[in-house]
Design a protein. Sequence first.
Length: 210
Amino acid sequence: MNAPHRTFRRRSATGMLTLALIALLTVTTAACTDSNEDRASAAPESAVDRTPGLVVPEAVHLASAPTERDRRVVAVAQKLYTFWNSGDTTFLRAAVAPAFRDNTLPAGRPQGPAGPVAASAMFRKAIPDLTCRLADLYVTGDTFTARLVFAGHFTGVYDGVRGAGQPIEFGAIDIQHTGSASTIVEDWHLEDNLTFLQQAGLVRVGDDEN
């Protein structure tokens, strides 16, 4: 049975803003990559934790040679995105502080470390084989910015609708602040949820401007 979907003849303001921000952040990331090509085209070996099982960033971008603080920040990022890649909350507990605050908290999601746990469970209910690629990692002092790619197949249930195995791939941008600690204390994030909904067949965006 085909999954039901909602049709929007005009994109909502929120949807348009999300798409615009994703596009802006993608362009900004590309520009930064070009300008730092000589020092950031690949993950510096000394900055990346090669422990088996951890997500390895495809590219790490640093302002200079890796410092001990850079290594700590990169290690925290690897633990966080290993959680998103696997759903294993052991990695989340190692990455975020108990007082962690989500500064872009979606409606209905609990604040603090319980928020990422709830979000991961929701997506994995819809996409059981969900993976998370850490495509780019920019380290700036005690803060890092990550460009992520989530992928999988819509074989589960989302918003009461069961998937038919549709392939899913959508992007996200995170800004994570570790402060002086070795764990994340606050973040800001933006996911391209509209693309996910379109690929899952839950939303169909029409164009009535002609």
